[in-house]
Write a protein that binds this ligand. Structure first.
Ligand code: NI
Ligand code: MN
Length: 229
């Protein structure tokens, strides 16, 4: 199974002939690798969305049209419907769905979810993260979140071996809180930091995070970089 970081919180998982994209933010993402713009016009199997902020759903409408299924919380599915998308698969926190050979668990995130569109606020329901059982791994994409004690439950229920965690601070966990998630709650084998360095306002640095993590192997990818696990 191959994980490619598309910059910010956008990831591509590939395995068993399937392609999964989480939080597509390509257009307007300063960290999105230019060489990968072809992804916007290619087909994919599943698109997963964590919350309704433009740095996570930026290209969601475009990619939804190319995906066989879009997974999101109910309110985001309704927002997609207002854009003419019908291939969505709604779920909510605590739930599990099976999509062919992939199992998706929706888990909590401490954040917000909504944005202004045509002068009105669009409510995105609760923000979430996912644990995806795919390609022989259990991958936790935390979405945007602060640190929360119930990450212990995510470990107990789903035991993710790969964790993708935001470390940029200001809008999410910073290096110190994300390191507590790794050292005390999640006990993952592989940790990939995300949501840092995209904009100057995100001050959390990967080097500091890596120094603080004592449990698990931190892999710092470059945008466009991949790892086979
Ligand atoms: Ni956000
Ligand atoms: Mn964000």
């Amino acid at each position: 199974m191959k994980i490619t970081w598309l910059g910010h919180s956008a990831f591509l998982f590939e395995g068993g002939g399937r392609k999964v994209v989480v939080d597509p933010f390509m257009t307007g993402n300063p960290a999105f690798p230019k060489g990968l713009t072809g992804l916007l016009s290619e087909g994919l199997d599943y698109l997963l969305l964590t919350h309704l902020h433009s740095d996570h759903v930026g290209d969601a409408v475009t990619l939804s049209k190319r995906a066989s299924k879009v997974v999101a919380i109910f309110e985001i599915c309704k927002w997609l419907e207002s854009k003419g998308i019908s291939n969505y698969d709604p779920m909510n926190i605590g739930g599990t769905i099976e999509l062919d050979d992939m199992i998706v668990h929706m888990v909590p995130a401490y954040h917000s979810s909504g944005f202004i569109e045509n002068g009105s606020i669009v409510y995105g329901g609760n923000p979430c993260g996912y644990v995806v059982e795919f390609g022989g791994h259990r991958i936790y994409h935390a979405g945007d979140t602060g640190l929360f004690l119930d990450m212990q439950l995510i470990h107990r229920l789903y035991g993710p071996d790969i964790c993708l965690l935001p470390i940029g601070d200001r809008f999410t966990m910073g290096p110190r809180s994300a390191s507590i998630a790794c050292n005390e709650f999640l006990d993952a084998q592989t940790i990939i930091p995300m949501h840092f360095d995209t904009f100057p306002a995100l001050t959390g640095k990967a080097e500091e995070f890596k120094k603080l993590v004592k449990r698990g192997n931190v892999i710092v990818l470059e945008p466009g970089g991949s790892v086979e696990l």
